[in-house]
Design a protein around this ligand. Structure first.
Ligand code: GLA
Ligand code: ZN
Length: 691
């Protein structure tokens, strides 16, 4: 029996729409009516409502005004537009912060924030928790059974700009200490885990423990790591309390809009509490000469969202044109709107939602892109692009099943490792963990190979190939599970700067935990100055070293590449080791891309993994398969080049939308996406032609 992965049961279609803020226009009913008319014209079938509506829903403490919201939800519903209803905790009304200043955060320097702004509530404040419970329960009671409401959108981008994820107020200090007591039980265990004998930091009372601060404690790595864990957990506890409150009178699915690889929150833990994963995606399109690296990063983030629950997800926000918060804000070039939106669908999104439907008239987002501008109604390039995509999604809706890909390759990207490695005070204090991970993901993207993103707690067993770059910290039983995985026939690739510390950030003693599996002994690691050139020789070809260099010794492993220069000439740069029924690889240095290109051919062959697409992908073009249980998969062929591309194929494919049947090559317009199938009868239009 196949698992039902329908994202939203009440409205199992591809969603198209976005954040809608009618509360900014309640005194202009003609605008609200125009919105409905334009939404229908743009093929919008879903909006997110109420995200920042606390002040409109509860104008003064305990007095709720929800009629306006009910009227709007009803009017939308009559017109075939569904609502994802938000809880309003993303921003606090002035009456709340004035009456209860404790609801506002205290920053890492002990400065209590002023009222205003958003995303700045203290998640430990009992008053905040109570006020949130009250308004959420009101919303649940009033709208939980409303036919137009299909899901709950909890708060907004928990953690905000990153610095707002943590609050250092007295309530939070207390909560941190309780969290620690729960983790360590006694102070001796904590002192050992944090290595507090260093610089005379031994704690003799729980009350002596304080959150890290530039103005105070910032050297105990164990403490800093636990604080990061606590911050993610504490906000998650608040989110769980929000879920409990909206569930009081409703069993609709819950989601919250995530932010990709957002450092402060461990989304692998968050995912366990949510019914639906959704996220806000704002890539830097057109910021460089080529789109490839941006497309790669975005693809990895979509893959993460799918992997978090092994399920389809929602693209909750994206801009229909530009944003307003980057140093330079660039319009999407023709084609990019549909391409970037379909990229999300290709990876498993069941929606294309925007921030925002209509531009606000005032305040800091008045020039942020929107479907509807201040002027010109529907007569704009952006509106036409949106409407055209809406129509495409409407037609595709019944053809894209809510199934989920089962990738054969996994890339290990772990939040706790990210925290530990970024504060390691070690060989490279500017190490860009995510950028490094992306170089390993890119090789799969250029080949059109689907990849899951997993953390160290997830099972490795169903993958043929696991790539684990810069796994500096080994959490829990990770190394043991890797050992079993390889022993049982898995193919495992890891790199320099792995297996250094355990999950309390204490260094492993003796040897690398995977010494036997990798067949090597690790010794030193270097961050050579940029003027110092080094090379590795692999398969008779010389490649530039561009980053960290580990100096290791091959014990049981076979050396596939060696360093060429300086005192580390002759040291292994790449090793391979057969262990049990599997193989483990170790890459000692960060090398130019061409090195990985050749290396991936080897490991993919070893692991028996290839793209099932019968074609050759030119530079800047990729293909993403979306599996369709019981049917042929759909193939999203994406051209991220600002020029035409031609894709030679070995087997025929049909363009699902036009019915065009391709036999030898597929022509791609600049910035475009074609959805292909091997079943000609799947085509939506029957005007088949042969190229
Ligand atoms: C985030 C927020 C939105 C809006 C957009 C602007 O995604 O959730 O409220 O501020 O950014 O890009
Ligand atoms: Zn606090």
């Amino acid at each position: 029996m196949s698992e039902d992965r329908t994202v939203i049961k009440k409205f199992p279609k591809l969603l198209h729409g976005g954040d809608y803020n009618p509360d900014q226009w309640l005194d202009s009913p003609e605008i609200l009516e125009e919105d409905i008319r334009l939404m229908k014209q743009a093929h919008v079938n879903c909006v997110s409502l109420g995200i920042f509506s606390w002040a409109a829903l509860e104008p003064e403490e305990g007095r709720y005004e929800m009629d306006w919201l009910e009227a709007i939800i009803g009017r939308l519903y009559e017109n075939g537009i569904y609502t994802i209803l938000a809880t309003p905790t993303g921003a606090m009304p002035p009456w709340l912060t004035a009456a209860y200043p404790e609801t506002l955060q205290t920053d890492e320097n002990g400065v209590h924030r002023f009222p205003g702004d958003r995303h700045n509530f203290c998640p430990s404040s009992p008053v905040m928790c109570e006020k949130m419970r009250q308004i959420n329960e009101q919303l649940s009671r009033r709208f939980g059974g409303n036919p137009g409401v299909i899901a709950w959108h909890l708060s907004n981008e928990y953690g905000g700009n990153g610095r707002q994820a943590a609050c250092h107020c007295p309530h939070c200090q207390e909560a941190f200490r309780s969290w620690l007591k729960n983790r360590y039980s006694d102070l001796d265990a904590l002192n050992h885990a944090w290595w507090t004998t260093f610089w005379s930091h031994i704690y003799t009372d729980w009350d002596q423990i304080h959150s890290p601060s530039p103005n105070g404690e910032n050297v105990l790595h164990g403490l800093i790591l636990d604080w990061k864990r606590f911050v993610s957990d504490q906000l998650l506890d608040f989110c769980k309390a929000e879920i409990k409150a909206v569930r009081k009178y409703s069993d609709l699915p819950v989601t919250t809009n995530m932010m990709g690889f957002y450092p402060p929150l461990n989304y692998f833990e968050w995912a366990k509490e949510l019914d639906i994963i959704s996220w806000d995606c704002y890539p830097d399109w057109h910021s460089r000469e080529e789109e490839i690296d941006v497309a790669v990063r975005t693809a990895a983030e979509h893959s993460l969202m799918r992997s978090l629950r092994d399920a389809p997800f929602l693209l909750m926000e994206s801009t229909p044109s530009l944003v307003n918060w980057k140093a330079r804000n660039i319009l999407k070039k023709p084609g990019m709107h549909a391409l970037s939106s379909l990229q999300a669908v290709a990876h498993g999104s069941n929606s294309v939602q925007y921030f925002q439907w209509r531009k606000s008239r005032g305040s800091c987002e008045k020039f942020h892109g929107a479907v509807v501008d201040h002027k010109n109604g529907s007569d704009t390039r952006v509106f036409r692009d949106v409407a055209a995509l809406g129509e495409r999604l409407e037609q595709l809706s019944d053809r894209i099943y809510p199934t989920c890909n089962k990738a054969k390759v996994a890339l290990v990207i772990d939040w706790e490792n990210m925290w530990a490695v970024s504060g390691a005070c070690a060989v490279d204090n500017h190490l860009q963990y995510m950028d490094l991970c992306m170089t390993y993901f890119k090789q799969l993207w250029v080949r059109g190979i689907d990849t899951d993103i997993i953390d160290m707690t997830r099972s490795l067993d169903n993958y043929r190939l696991v790539i684990a770059p810069v796994n500096y910290m080994y959490r829990g039983d990770y190394s043991e599970r890797v050992r079993q995985y390889v022993k049982n026939g898995g193919c495992y690739v890891t790199t320099y700067w792995s297996g250094e510390v355990d999950d309390t950030d204490l260094c492993f003693l003796g040897s690398h935990p995977l010494r036997d599996v990798l067949g090597i002994r690790t010794e030193e690691i270097d961050a050579p100055a940029p003027h110092e050139k080094n090379h590795v020789v692999y398969g008779g070809i010389r490649y530039d070293v561009v980053g960290l260099c580990a100096l290791v010794h091959a014990e049981e492993a076979t050396v596939l590449a060696e360093y060429q220069d300086n005192f580390y000439a002759g040291y292994p740069a790449l090793t391979e080791h057969a262990y049990g029924a599997g193989t483990a690889y170790y890459i000692a240095s960060q090398n130019e891309e061409a090195f990985l290109d050749v290396f991936y051919d080897r490991i993919l062959q070893r692991a028996g993994v290839s793209s099932d697409f019968a074609g050759v992908l030119p530079r800047g073009v990729t293909i993403t398969k979306r599996e369709q249980e019981g049917r042929e998969p759909l193939w999203f062929l994406q051209n991220f080049n600002n020029r035409k591309a031609e894709v030679p194929i070995r087997e025929p494919y049909t363009d699902l939308e036009t019915g065009t049947w391709y036999q030898e090559r597929i022509e791609m317009e600049p910035f475009s996406c074609r959805i292909l199938s091997r079943e000609p009868e799947m085509a939506l239009v029957l005007n088949q032609s042969v190229d």
